[in-house]
Ligand binder design. Structure first.
Ligand code: ATP
Ligand code: MG
Length: 138
């Protein structure tokens, strides 16, 4: 079993799509290990996406991610990191395959419904970012 981290982004929460996205993930074999809802401030969102600090879209991305509550979820499944990336679809929903979460629910390349860790190393870092260690020992 492998663990990964998703975030149901503020656009999905505002649109009332969180439940449908969680059901989609469960139907794909993911088990919810830990879940919370929070409205991130600039320091929190800026730190989470710090890897993109030099990119031209960084300021907009932080504004978007602080625009309303989001729902980070720690997920468990075989091959969880890669399978989540497959189920999410491409960053830009115009390029996302039919049936992927971004194809179904994203608005554009920024407001793209969902985040997924891109490696096992980052999954561990991102899970620890949102969830206390006790949750991972349960
Ligand atoms: P995520 O890290 O959220 O799972 P990703 O790995 O598919 O998405 P990244 O390249 O890591 O894509 O970009 C992080 C996020 O920054 C994207 O999901 C999107 O919300 C935003 N973003 C990426 N590229 C652009 C862009 N060209 N213009 C606006 N926003 C962008
Ligand atoms: Mg990414």
């Amino acid at each position: 079993m492998e663990t990964t981290l998703t975030i149901i982004k503020p656009d999905s929460v505002a649109a009332g799509n969180a439940g449908k996205i969680i059901a989609h993930l469960e139907a794909e074999g993911f088990r919810v290990l830990a879940l919370r809802r929070l409205h991130m401030n600039e320091a929190q969102a800026g730190t989470f996406y710090e890897v993109h600090k030099a990119r031209p879209f960084y300021g907009e991305l932080v504004s978007f991610m602080t625009s309303g509550p989001c729902i980070p979820i720690a997920l468990e499944r075989d091959n969880a990191v890669k399978h989540l990336r497959d189920v999410m679809g491409a960053t830009n929903p115009e390029d996302a395959a039919d049936g992927t979460i971004r194809k179904l629910y994203a608005t554009n390349i920024e407001r793209n419904a969902i985040h997924g860790s891109d490696s096992q190393e980052n999954a561990a870092i991102e899970t620890a970012f949102f969830f206390a260690r006790v949750d991972q020992l349960g």
